[in-house]
Write a protein that binds this ligand. Sequence first.
Ligand code: AHG
Ligand code: MN
Ligand code: MN
Length: 335
Amino acid sequence: MREFPLTLSRFIIQAQAEHSGATGEFSSLLTQIGLVGKLIAQDLRRAGLINILGTTGDTNVQGETVKKLDVIANDDFVKVFQHSDYVCALASEEMEKPILLPDNWSHGKYMLLFDPLDGSSNTDNNMPLGAIFSVLKYSQQSDRSPTDGELMRRGTEQVAAGYLLYGSSTMLVYTVGQGVYGFTLEPGIGEYLLSHERIRIPDKGKVYSANEGNYHKWSAGTKRYVDSLKVSDKESGRPYSSRYTGCLVADVHRLLLGGGIYLYPGEVDKPEGKLRLLYEANPMAFVVEQAGGKASTGTSRIMEVEPKKLHQRVPLIIGSRLDVEQAETFMQGKD
Ligand code: AHG
Ligand code: MN
Ligand code: MN
């Protein structure tokens, strides 16, 4: 008889059993992320039928157009976690200020930062979407909730991170710092099953992923690097193929399995880039590093960037180790 794959809940319980002193709070938090994924995936499947496509008419704190589904996805995260007893703070791309649970509420020791819907320009055309999460531990031995400032930690302090990918199937991919595991939602039974064990990203790939419409806004080093990928050279596997979905999660997931590089670099007039450090770049960097890859601003390691603002942006160059190192060489003018 064929062995039945591990369910996410069983996998989490097994992992918890290996940690003496674990209270189960962290395991429950991950299970709840899975639940949020199921709620959002359900909405996405019928989005074209129930009038939840399009925009709300508002712009968010980043000045970006808010999609109805951005709000729905954010509400799903908040609904599931606000009264969960697992977190003391929630921060999201869609909320200007974090939700800091009042001191007199029962709350847990984790702080959850998230991008509730990633790639939201894809909502109206049935393209892939995602969600990204970063888990920090509130170290203070007190009943007091953290302050806004205490949510701003370097990526190296994350205790877990991962993403949900809503593609042709729904997946949950995460790390707790001991490798990367991927689970695929089996819709028939509503369970996530272990489908990708100990994911390793190839050291070098043959795909690059960037919004080349911005080419003329890039620095000379970035232009030279991307130009170099198009020059035929059998030995180094060039030209690279270009693939870009407009959804960071989907583009990085492809690289995680097949190798290559994703770039959302800084621009001459916008050196800080587009993507957000705390709930996009840091969690994706933790996952990719745990799979053996690299994540860089072009000059330094993403997870060592000192955050100054909750919604801070950062240039992101992420993917296979050798590809990211080569991009850094160009971006630093050492080519
Ligand atoms: P979000 O939908 O959370 O705002 O993120 C969109 C991000 C990312 O997913 C994607 O790679 C990038 O922005 C796309 O930006 P462009 O449309 O500028 O290429
Ligand atoms: Mn995003
Ligand atoms: Mn988003």
